[in-house]
Design a protein around this ligand. Structure first.
Ligand code: NAD
Length: 425
């Protein structure tokens, strides 16, 4: 039985990359365990008077490069090991993206779809009080991740402000723009991923026009990368959320219409659109097919984009993957066994710590603007984001040549070398 524990996987990948560059053993020991882990109990009253109790986590993995930074996830599968793995990946991602931040991550084991807004706010505010001054603008700066958004970030900033007795918007990023958020943060992860992919294709001498793309996950990340890649001339042929998906071999005509349809219905399945009208009855008209999220992964496309959760590419389905390139927009979507099979099949995997770093880069910009009382234009944000993403891509490609290894290990190597420089300084 395959081991799908992302924390064990992260440690294995870390040890392999560390060996390749003879990483200082003391630094390796620093990175093999988080600097601090926090677990809190969160009892809250439901609207019907029932009491529910759940757990919240914050992992502060490493602060050699700066304050801890990383998102908060609300999901029933959130566990300490998952959060540790994600916090570790943030340490590497921030180093690779060249932002002066360490790695952190957090979450609550809950399905927010089963909570009312009042329950969600209550739980979020309690979580913030439990974390107290363990977070802060110069200590640890959380952000949105799966099932969390600008509204939740605003509650956290507000509650934290009460704890420290003054408004402190820089404690959190991913805030709405009128609450101190940065222009361009919402689009940043998807846009950043498109910058990486298009830059890499250019370096490989490949043209994006008419390349086919399948995207699993149609949340913040999935919907923006779909739009940006379509704008670049690619054909988005398949999309799915957790409940189901659509496959249109000729290409989805308009991502925005699909997005509107999903918003109205609450799910993406059946969103076959003709002009501005979307309806399951248009399936034949657009030559569409209904697919499941797992079937989507095995479609005959040029580029496959997991943009939902971890462990979706496994030892079981890896041999059936037909894409020639995988852009990991989700964090840690590929198990170790799958990684090996896909590599043997000659499939290029653009690793998560490179592909989805755009979110944290613009989170850094947001934090920087808050700390320096500046407001940047969206153009400024996107120009700077592009520079960070392309520079990181170039560094990974250079390491790939030098060490003759996968893009994933090359990304680890670049990140570790940057942390080592600071560790020695
Ligand atoms: P989100 O909550 O906005 O969207 C998640 C999407 O995944 C939804 O469409 C949901 O329906 C879908 N999904 C959930 N379970 C699924 C399943 N079993 N099969 C298919 N689809 C499923 O979350 P997001 O912010 O878009 O994050 C998606 C991924 O990207 C996560 O792995 C997250 O860690 C990573 N990521 C997000 C950001 C960011 O800025 N939001 C940054 C870096 C990485």
């Amino acid at each position: 039985m395959e081991n799908n524990n992302p924390w064990l996987r992260a440690r294995t990948q870390l040890k392999t990359a560390a060996k390749r560059i003879n990483l200082d053993p003391l630094l390796l020991s620093h990175l093999l365990e988080p600097e601090r882990t926090i677990t809190v109990s969160l009892p809250f009253a439901k609207d019907n008077g029932e009491i529910a109790v759940t757990q919240g986590y914050r992992v502060q993995h490493n602060s050699i490069l700066g304050p801890y930074k990383g998102g908060l996830r609300y999901h029933p599968q959130v566990s300490m090991d998952e959060v540790k793995a994600l916090a570790f990946l943030m340490t590497l991602k921030n180093a690779l993206a060249d932002v002066p931040l360490g790695g952190g991550k957090g979450g609550i084991t809950i399905d927010p779809k089963h909570l009312s807004e009042t329950e969600l706010e209550q739980l979020t505010r309690l979580f913030t009080r439990r974390l107290g001054t363990a977070i802060g603008p110069e200590i640890d700066i959380p952000a949105p991740d799966v099932n969390t958004n600008g509204k939740i970030m605003t509650w956290i900033a507000d509650e934290y402000g009460k704890i420290v007795g003054k408004p402190s918007p820089a404690v959190i990023t991913g805030k709405p723009v009128d609450q101190g958020g940065s222009l361009g943060r919402t689009e940043a992860t998807g846009l950043g991923g498109s910058y990486v992919l298009l830059h890499l294709l250019k370096k490989l001498g490949k043209h994006p026009k008419d390349m086919t793309v399948a995207i699993q996950g149609f949340g913040n990340v999935g919907r923006y990368i779909a739009s940006y890649l379509q704008q670049a001339g690619m054909k988005i042929v398949a999309l799915s959320d957790s409940k189901g998906g659509i496959y249109i071999p000729g290409g989805v005509a308009d991502i925005e219409q699909v997005e509107k349809c999903k918003e109205e219905k609450g799910y993406l399945a059946g969103c076959y659109c003709v002009g501005s009208v979307c309806d399951i009855r248009y399936k034949e008209k657009v030559n569409g097919q209904d697919i499941t999220p797992s079937e989507l992964l095995e479609l005959p496309v040029d580029i496959l984009i997991p943009a939902a959760l971890e462990n979706v590419l496994t030892g079981e389905n890896a041999s059936k993957i037909k894409a020639s390139m995988i852009l990991e927009m989700a964090n840690t979507p590929t198990t170790l066994e799958a990684d090996e099979i896909l590599h043997k099949k000659g499939i290029t995997i653009i690793p998560d710590i490179l592909a989805n770093a755009g979110g944290v880069v613009v989170s850094y910009f947001e934090w920087y603007q808050n700390m320096h009382h500046e407001t940047w234009t969206k153009e400024d944000v996107f120009t700077k984001l592009k520079q960070h993403m392309e520079k990181a891509t170039d560094a990974v490609l250079a390491a790939e040549l030098e060490y003759e290894t996968t893009l994933r290990e090359s990304a680890f190597v670049v990140a570790l070398q940057r942390i080592q420089e600071k560790f020695e300084a």
